[in-house]
Design a protein around this ligand. Structure first.
Ligand SMILES: *Cc1c(COP(=O)(O)O)cnc(C)c1O
Length: 415
């Protein structure tokens, strides 16, 4: 663990004319030294795919080299302890047992594995939120068409976060599932998921939480949240390799059988019988990327080494500083909502399409992303917003990274 003094929640003093761009206490110089990519780009797309620390890359490449020398099966046997350490690290990250973790190839694969195992009756309801991930919404709509389940969208409250009172009104015996996203891909909002969990526990309703954008930048504790399933990806704020993800499945979900069990999920117990394993690994597939799994474990241990509260504070303060600076600029509007905000900053420059802003930043060595209104129709679309630029900070970003973004922003073109 990294020692750091306790700090209040206020932005740091100093820097004339705006909030300070960085918080002290987390050793940013060390974080940058340990992250080779910081020497090449101002990487502000950590909600897309973060820069990995060198230890992660080395672990992945090391395993690939071992596979080349000894063959994939022998390499996997030799690395069994490292893979076991990944389950243990993810379990520690989420506050659960290693048996409650399934490793997958993406967050979508994890979400799909859980969701496709649920059986719905015609007329039952599934509740979701306005900030639900578009990929999940597609699967929900397909389930509605196939099974007759009714998908209902819970309102936002006046702060733009999921309205817990509206959720309470809608929760009854007919609700088969509550599927909610913790932090949307298209904004700095943090949904009040512990309150969602409490209501679901009271109602005895399954709660599937998409924590893709929160895991790695915020402390996420499955017991405190009270979710039944939680899904996340490796490459975003966890700084793990691409092609990695995981599913938490609580013991309350033991009745949920994966839709397509394979030889990892189940075994033949006779010529006409099979038995599904009862831990979360029933949601895995037999074949998988061993090097990626090892890299995921190293990335999670790296995050735990910094400490998630320290990461959260640093990320929150950097993002708050960036929002303040953006708001000071004429013709620049910041679009993040919610009482609690995280490291995702969304904005527009008047008269300049988001794609053009992103391109201008990229040519100055600043990596950002565009959140398309069309892929967040219940959120950006419903708010009447166009595509927005997304700058997502991580603890290894520094003032220079943010300064480069601000310096490279195109001027507004008022109409
Ligand atoms: C990125 C993202 C996903 C999908 O993650 P993959 O690993 O690409 O499958 C799901 N939900 C949210 C909120 C995301 O931001």
């Amino acid at each position: 663990m990294v020692d750091r003094p306790r700090r209040g929640r206020r932005a740091e003093p100093g820097r004339a004319g705006g909030a300070a761009l960085s918080a002290p206490a987390l050793d940013v110089a060390r974080a940058r030294r340990e992250t080779p990519g910081t020497a090449h780009v101002a990487h502000l797309d950590n909600a897309g795919a973060a820069l990995p620390p060198a230890v992660v890359t080395e672990a992945v490449v090391g395993h690939l080299r071992l596979e080349a020398r000894t063959g994939g099966y022998a390499a996997a046997a030799a690395a069994a302890g490292d893979v076991a350490a990944t389950y243990a690290a993810v379990a520690r990250l989420l506050g659960c047992a290693p048996e409650e973790i399934a490793l997958t190839g993406s967050a979508t694969a994890a979400w799909r594995a859980a969701f496709s195992g649920l059986r719905f009756r015609r007329g039952q309801r599934v509740l979701t939120g306005r900030s639900e991930y578009a990929g999940n919404l597609i699967a929900l709509l397909q389930a509605a068409a196939r099974t007759g389940v009714v998908v209902e969208v819970v309102d936002d409250d006046e702060h733009g976060q999921l309205d817990v009172a509206d959720l309470r009104r809608r929760l009854d015996d007919d609700v088969a599932l509550v599927a909610v996203t913790h932090v949307p891909t298209s904004g700095g909002l943090v949904n009040p998921v512990a309150e969602v969990g409490r209501l679901c526990r009271e109602a005895g309703t399954l709660f599937l939480l998409d924590a893709c954008q929160s895991v790695g930048q915020l402390p996420v504790d499955v017991a405190g949240i009270g979710c039944d399933f939680l899904t996340a990806t490796g490459r975003k704020f966890l700084r793990a390799p691409r092609g990695t993800g995981f599913l938490y499945a609580s013991p309350r979900t033991r009745h949920v059988e994966p839709l397509f069990p394979d030889l990892r999920s189940a075994e033949l117990t006779g010529p006409d019988r099979y038995a599904v394993r009862d831990d979360a690994r029933r949601f895995e597939t037999w074949e998988h990327d061993v090097a990626g799994r090892i890299g995921l474990g190293v990335a999670v241990e790296h995050a735990l080494g910094w400490g998630l509260p320290a990461i959260r504070d640093r990320v929150r303060d950097l993002a708050a500083g960036l929002r303040a600076r953006l708001r000071e600029r004429p013709g620049t509007a910041v679009h993040d909502r919610g009482l609690q905000r995280c490291g995702i900053v969304t904005f527009t420059v008047e008269g300049v399409p988001a794609a053009d802003v992103r391109r201008a930043l990229a040519s100055a060595g600043v990596t950002t992303a565009v959140s398309a209104a069309a892929s967040a129709p219940l959120d950006l679309g419903a708010r009447g917003l166009p595509d927005v630029v997304r700058a997502s900070v991580h603890y290894y970003n520094d003032e220079d990274d943010l300064g480069r973004l601000l310096a490279a922003l195109p001027a507004p073109r008022p109409r």
